[in-house]
Ligand binder design. Structure first.
Ligand code: NAD
Length: 490
């Protein structure tokens, strides 16, 4: 381990005691201020932690590391397997990748867990009894980050949903519900539109749900689900949802509860876990000493439960509740406490319980049971029966159809052309707006299976005819069921 002041990893704490190693990062903006406050509370509460500090974020980005994290820092995360992270600033533009997404995906942190409860009447909300946990899939969906510019007018982002990814997160949500005495799990997707991708998430939810008959289960389409959460959050308990919806939903839930400034989060993987507030680096108030350290402190509480220090976690959370009841509030909560004064108030309440409206907490060690990553190989019988060829073409669809029909050959027929998913040939509508990006579906004649050689030959003929194909997708049957969607209007 490196211990020089200016190295990427610096360790503090007393290694002579039996301390639990954790990696911490101060982050940017208000990060160092709230991390200092949280460290003071953890130390005062006797949290048995040994800190390895790593530098991540803006300075690392600006030093030319486009990921925002250096190789030595990865070593620390792999060694301690526990990371308490203050928010960082992602510089705009310049090809910088989101460090959060990089850490989540590299370390396999597949579950993003955001418990949100209210602290009325001390934190204003019109939903004083809500108590919702959002379990967001953390690695897949549009966050796979596979994007391409394909034509003059069209850009694409691939939405990837996998069966093992769905199984892991759905099982995690049910196991979380069981371990935490929760009654209901709601699944939210948009499978009325995305029948294959979100349809898989919903189907896996129903399959795995049969193993948890003691838990109430429901599915909602994400748009109405999110609207209901905003209006009737007390009707919800645990919500499991794909990545993008979960990203938005968890901020909505936190804001409905009062403020995003209080919400903690855990990013859980099989090996490593990362804990952080859900707010950002708040550059507008950085350096003023007025930031609310609660989001990071409550994340540290989740971390203590995770490492088996449930008693210490309860002690800190109850002290925090007591301080809030006694009027400790930073500017975002309508008070005038500085970050330091807020931390002092929490330290002052260590050892006591909330006395008035807020219920005390009593954490227990998490069950040792690990959520199994089921990877049952399901090898389907796969038959190729066609190909979607995407082309870059300016002009009328009829001329494109004519050129493509001429090269379809004996093996294929041009079945349809769509533009942004809507069928425009044959028999398109003049009202449909068309861009320069066309999906041309070739099906094998007489439903004969085709080979890669057939597909390559077809692509060759298309190119020879001067048509600019930009990508293709094979059309397959999996155990006889189509692995592709129909065109809108087909
Ligand atoms: P933000 O959460 O930093 O700030 C939004 C508003 O909330 C600001 O008015 C801010 O002053 C206030 N706020 C946030 N945290 C607060 C706290 N602890 N106490 C009091 N007030 C607080 O969101 P933003 O302005 O959209 O983003 C700023 C930067 O943070 C960006 O660079 C963004 O990329 C980054 N960010 C990082 C993370 C992370 O590291 N996990 C998360 C979100 C945003």
């Amino acid at each position: 381990m490196v211990s020089a002041e200016n190295s990427a990893v610096r360790s503090t704490g007393n290694p002579a005691r039996n301390l639990i190693p954790v990696t911490i990062a101060q982050g940017d903006g208000v990060g160092p201020e709230i991390m200092a406050a949280v460290r003071r509370v953890l130390d005062a509460a006797g949290a048995p932690l040994a800190y390895e500090e790593i530098e991540i974020g803006e300075r690392v980005y600006r030093s030319g590391v486009s990921s925002g994290i250096r190789p030595e820092a990865w070593d620390s995360l792999r060694r301690t397997k526990v990371f308490l992270k203050a928010p960082i600033t992602t510089p705009q533009g310049g090809g910088y990748k989101s460090l959060n997404v990089t850490i989540r995906k590299t370390m396999g942190l597949y579950a993003n867990v955001r418990p949100v409860r209210t602290y009325a009447p001390y934190v204003e909300t019109i939903h004083p009894t809500m108590d919702v946990v959002v379990v967001r899939e953390n690695e897949e969906d549009l966050y796979a980050g596979i994007e391409h510019r394909q034509t003059d007018e069209v850009y694409q982002c691939l939405k990837l949903i996998t069966r093992p990814g769905c199984e892991r997160i759905v099982r995690y949500a049910f196991e979380y519900a069981v371990a935490n005495g929760r009654k209901k799990v709601t699944c939210m997707t948009k499978d009325n539109i995305m029948k294959l991708t979100d349809g898989l998430f919903h189907r896996v939810f129903e399959e795995i749900g049969t193993e948890y008959p003691q838990i109430q289960q429901e599915h909602m389409i994400i748009d109405i689900g999110m609207a209901r959460v905003a209006k009737y959050p007390e009707r919800f308990d645990v919500i499991v949802t794909p990545n993008l919806y979960g990203d938005i939903l968890s901020d909505v839930v936190a804001e409905v509860a009062g403020t995003v400034g209080l919400a903690p989060s855990a990013n859980i993987g099989d090996q490593v876990a990362m804990f952080e507030a859900i707010h950002g680096s708040a550059p507008d108030i950085a350096g003023k000493g007025i930031a609310n350290p609660s989001g990071l402190l409550l994340s540290a509480v989740m971390m203590l439960v995770h490492v088996g220090e449930a008693e210490c976690a309860s002690r800190i959370h109850n002290a925090w509740l007591g301080a809030v009841e006694d009027g400790a509030a930073t500017a975002d909560l309508g008070g005038s406490y500085t970050t330091e004064q807020f931390a002092d108030a929490v330290i002052h309440h260590l050892g006591s319980h909330p006395q008035h409206h807020l219920p005390a907490v009593a954490y227990t060690a998490p069950p040792k049971k690990k959520v199994p990553t089921l990877r049952i190989p399901r090898i389907a019988e796969k038959t190729m029966i066609g190909i979607d060829v995407f082309v870059h073409h300016w002009g009328a669809v009829d001329s494109l159809a004519e050129r493509l029909t001429a090269v379809a050959g004996d093996d294929f027929e041009l079945q349809m052309i769509t533009n942004r998913g809507v069928k425009v040939w044959p028999a398109g509508m003049p009202e449909t707006f068309c861009t320069d990006h066309w999906r041309c579906r070739f099906m094998s004649r007489n439903e004969r299976p085709v080979t890669h050689a057939h597909l390559v030959a077809l692509l060759g003929r298309i190119a020879e005819n001067g048509v600019d194909f930009i990508k293709s997708e094979n059309l397959c049957l999996f155990d006889g069921a189509p692995g592709f969607s129909l065109g809108q209007g087909q």
